[in-house]
Design a protein around this ligand. Structure first.
Ligand code: F6R
Length: 243
């Protein structure tokens, strides 16, 4: 795993933006793996700025998001579909029809995971997957204990994750969905290139465990050690527990 320590989220964002812009120039119909959460926001902003400045054609770019709440209307402002539209599709000017988010509709969720993995495969795989990391080492909604070989599937959200996410639902945990659909760790590992971003002291333990600990389902992000082309970009606070 390549580790890059940066001074700021903006610097991390520029590294992501440079790599992704180059990818789009080399392969106009490339496939971007997208994440929600706060960690990738500066990266998306930097990429949007670069696309605008350099007039890069993104009309053919495709995207697959990591995860979605189950049983939440995709039009709900806190659905990951809405979040990806707001933070990625609109600022970059992507074609919304080319950007997929897992389908959390409860009526069809039994097959939705398998169909999503098939769609990624049919697209030729994800070229560059951006990732955040949870304080417990989760990636996507793969909490500790998730199989390292897992595909996209429905999962129960942990109590802690529901508490953490209540801030997006009027501070009311009862409004937070109880389940989600998430790319599996096995799905994520199939991407050709991974870029994990982590900022702040709260992530330091999870980063150290992921990069320097043993590979274990109890730290889902440790699976990055199995990937031949993974980069971890951290600020000094998030790097503070690395040896
Ligand atoms: C986002 C996701 C999560 C987040 C992680 C970190 O789609 O699947 O794994 O990447 O919870 O969240 P932030 O970046 O908000 O600290």
């Amino acid at each position: 795993t390549e580790i890059i320590i940066v001074k700021s989220q903006e610097e991390a964002g520029r590294i992501y933006a440079d790599r992704t812009a180059q990818l789009i120039k080399d392969k106009p119909a490339c496939v971007l793996g997208l994440a929600t959460g706060s960690s990738p926001l500066a990266a998306y902003q930097a990429l949007a700025a670069k696309v605008k400045e350099e007039g890069i054609d993104v009309s053919q770019v495709r995207g697959f998001a990591l995860d979605e709440y189950a049983g939440l209307d995709p039009n709900h402002p806190q659905s990951y579909r809405s979040t990806i539209n707001r933070t990625v599709v609109e600022p970059l000017g992507l074609d919304p029809a080319k950007v997929r988010v897992p389908n959390g509709n409860l009526d069809t969720i039994k097959d939705a995971g398998h169909e999503y993995d098939q769609a990624i495969e049919d697209a030729g795989g994800v070229d560059l997957q951006i990732l955040g990391i949870g304080t417990d080492g989760h990636i996507g909604f793969n909490e500790p204990g998730s199989s390292l070989a897992s595909g996209t599937r429905i999962k129960t959200l942990t109590e802690q994750t529901r508490i953490d996410n209540a801030r997006f639902f009027d501070g009311d945990i009862n409004k937070v969905p109880t389940h989600c659909i998430t790319q599996g760790i096995g799905t994520i590992l199939k991407a050709h290139q991974l870029v994990l971003l982590a900022f702040g002291a709260g992530k330091a333990e999870a980063v150290a465990e992921s990069v320097e600990g043993g590979i274990s389902s109890f730290c889902p992000a440790s699976a990055l050690q199995l990937h031949p082309h993974a980069t971890v970009i951290v600020d000094e606070a998030a790097a503070s527990r690395l040896r």
